[in-house]
Design a protein around this ligand. Structure first.
Ligand SMILES: *Cc1c(COP(=O)(O)O)cnc(C)c1O
Length: 448
C-alpha cells in the first residue's frame, strides 16, 4: 500500500497540480510491481496509481492532482465517491453484504428494478434483471431474445463494442486488442454496416436501407432473434448515426417480430444530456442493456424491457451468484437519485456545449480536426490527415500521451484509433474542464 491516505469526493481541491513528472516515482514503483504480479493482458492507459478521486480530479500516489476526462470509461457520472453513494454504501455494507438474490431476496434489488422500469423509454409494462457487468447484461439480453423468439441469429453492426466475454467478443467489431487470438467465437452473429455520416455520407434512411437489405438477403428474417446496437457507438469512435437510422431499424424490427435491443451501457444515465440516448430520437427499444453509469462506480448492470419478452425465460434461467449485489443496488439507487436531484442531464448538455464550442474554434485553423461529434458529455474529436479523411492515429496517440504527461486523463477510441473521446464526470467544474481542454489544444499544437 502507499503511505498517502486522502479522502476522495467533491471536497478535494479542484485543481490540476503536478508535483512530480507523470508517472511519478511512487507510481513507477507500483507499475513495476504490477508488471511482476498482474497478467500482461491487463494493460493500463496511463500508469498513475490512484489514491483518491472526486469532483473532476484524481489524486495519484505521488500527490499529483490530475483532471479526469474519462470517468473510468463513463462510469462515475455522478463523480467519484459521490457523497450520496458513499452514504448509501456505508449503510448497506453494515446491514448485510450478500445473500444471493436468487437464494433469499432483498428489497434493494426490487427497488432498482422498479426504478429502471419507470425511467427507461416507453410506458409499456416492463421487467428488469440485474447483473454485474455490461458484457453480462448483453449476454443475458441475447439469451432472453433467443428464448422469446425461439430463433438464433443476432445482428450486430460495424464498429460495435459489446464486451470481452466469448459471446460479446464475437459481437464486438474491432480485432486488436479485443479479439486477436481469442477465438473461436460464438456462431449466429451477423455484422452489417452502420450509419457513420462522416465516412459514408448517407442519410439515416439510406444507411438503414443498406443494413436492412443485407439482413434480409444474408440472414433472413425467419432466422433472426434480435438486432442490437449502441445508440451512439462508444469504443468504435463515438459514432452517432444519421437522424432516422435508429427509428428505421426499430420500425423494421417491430414489423418483423425481431427483438430490438439498445446497448446503452455507455450512453445511459444522463451522459448524453438525456437520461438515455434513445430519448433523443424517440426510439423505444424492446430491451435495453445498462451498466457503466448506473451505480457511481460499483459493479452493476441490467437488462430492462418489455414484460412479455423478459418473462419468457423460465425461473432459474437468469441469475448468478453476485448479480444485483445489495451494496451495488444501494449505490445505484443513490446514483440515480443524484442524476435527478442535481439535474445532471442539464449539466451534461452544458459540458457538451463547452467541448463542442472549444473544438469548433480550433477546427477553423486546423483541418486535422475532421469531425467534432457526440451528445452531451459524450463528445469526441475524430482526427484525420491534413487535407483528407485518412485516419490520423499517430496524432491521436500523441495527444493522449501529451495530455497524460500534463496531468489530464484522456481516452481515445475508434476502429482506426483516431478519435479522442471526452467523458468527464458530470461533477466537473467549468474551470477544470476548460483547463483540461486547453491542455488538449496545446497537445494538438505541439504535434503540428
Ligand atoms: C463497456 C461496454 C460494454 C461492456 O461492459 P463491461 O462492463 O466492460 O463488460 C458493453 N457495451 C457497451 C456499449 C460498452 O460501452
Amino acid at each position: 500500500m502507499t503511505d498517502v491516505t486522502i479522502t476522495g469526493g467533491p471536497s478535494l481541491p479542484q485543481e490540476r497540480k503536478l508535483v512530480t513528472s507523470i508517472p511519478g516515482p511512487k507510481s513507477q514503483e507500483l507499475l513495476a510491481r504490477k508488471n511482476a504480479a498482474v497478467a500482461s493482458g491487463v494493460g493500463v492507459a496511463l500508469p498513475v496509481f490512484t489514491v483518491a478521486a472526486g469532483g473532476g480530479v484524481m489524486i495519484d500516489a505521488d500527490g499529483n492532482s490530475l483532471i479526469d476526462l474519462g470517468s473510468g470509461i463513463a462510469v462515475t457520472g455522478v463523480g467519484n465517491s459521490a457523497p450520496a453513494v458513499v452514504d448509501a454504501v456505508k449503510k448497506q455494507v453494515e446491514q448485510f453484504t450478500h445473500t444471493c438474490f436468487t437464494v433469499t431476496p432483498y428489497d434493494g434489488y426490487v427497488e432498482v428494478a422498479e426504478k429502471l422500469n419507470a425511467i427507461t423509454p416507453g410506458d409499456h409494462e416492463k421487467r428488469s434483471a440485474l447483473f454485474n457487468t455490461g458484457a453480462e447484461a448483453v449476454e443475458n439480453a441475447i439469451k432472453i431474445a433467443r428464448h422469446y423468439t425461439k430463433k438464433n441469429a443476432v445482428v450486430v453492426f460495424d464498429h460495435a463494442y459489446h464486451g470481452r466475454t466469448n459471446l460479446t467478443m464475437g459481437m464486438t467489431a474491432k480485432n486488436m486488442p479485443y479479439k486477436d487470438g481469442f477465438g473461436p467465437f460464438a456462431p449466429e452473429i451477423y455484422r452489417v454496416p452502420t450509419s457513420y455520416p462522416f465516412r459514408d455520407g448517407l442519410s439515416g434512411a439510406e444507411a438503414a436501407k443498406v443494413a436492412l437489405t443485407q439482413i434480409e438477403k444474408q440472414v433472413g428474417v425467419a432466422n433472426l432473434a434480435a438486432i442490437i446496437i449502441e445508440p451512439i457507438q462508444g469504443e468504435g469512435g463515438f459514432i452517432a448515426p444519421a437522424e432516422g437510422f435508429l427509428p428505421a431499424l426499430q420500425e423494421w424490427a417491430t414489423r418483423n417480430g425481431v427483438v430490438f435491443i439498445l446497448d446503452e451501457v455507455q450512453t445511459g444515465f444522463a451522459r448524453t444530456g438525456d437520461l438515455f440516448a434513445a430519448n433523443h430520437e424517440g426510439v423505444v427499444p424492446d430491451l435495453m442493456t445498462l451498466a457503466k453509469g448506473i451505480a457511481g462506480g460499483l459493479p452493476l448492470s441490467a437488462v430492462t424491457g418489455r414484460a412479455e419478452i423478459m418473462d419468457s425465460a423460465h425461473a432459474g434461467g437468469l441469475g448468478g451468484t453476485y448479480t444485483g449485489n445489495p451494496i451495488a443496488c444501494a449505490a445505484a439507487l443513490a446514483t440515480i437519485e443524484t442524476y435527478e436531484t442535481e439535474n445532471l442531464t442539464e449539466r451534461a448538455r452544458e459540458i457538451g456545449a463547452i467541448i463542442e464550442e472549444f473544438f469548433a474554434e480550433l477546427q477553423k485553423d486546423d483541418d486535422r480536426i475532421g469531425e467534432i461529434r457526440g451528445r452531451g458529455a459524450m463528445m469526441a474529436v475524430e482526427f484525420v490527415e491534413s487535407g483528407s479523411k485518412a485516419p490520423n492515429a499517430a496524432l491521436t496517440g500523441a495527444i493522449a500521451k501529451y495530455a497524460g504527461e500534463q496531468g489530464v486523463v484522456l481516452l481515445t477510441c475508434g476502429t482506426y484509433g483516431n478519435v479522442v473521446r471526452f467523458l468527464p464526470p458530470l461533477s466537473i467544474s467549468d474551470e477544470l474542464l476548460r483547463d483540461g481542454l486547453q491542455v488538449v489544444a496545446d497537445a494538438i499544437t505541439a504535434a503540428a
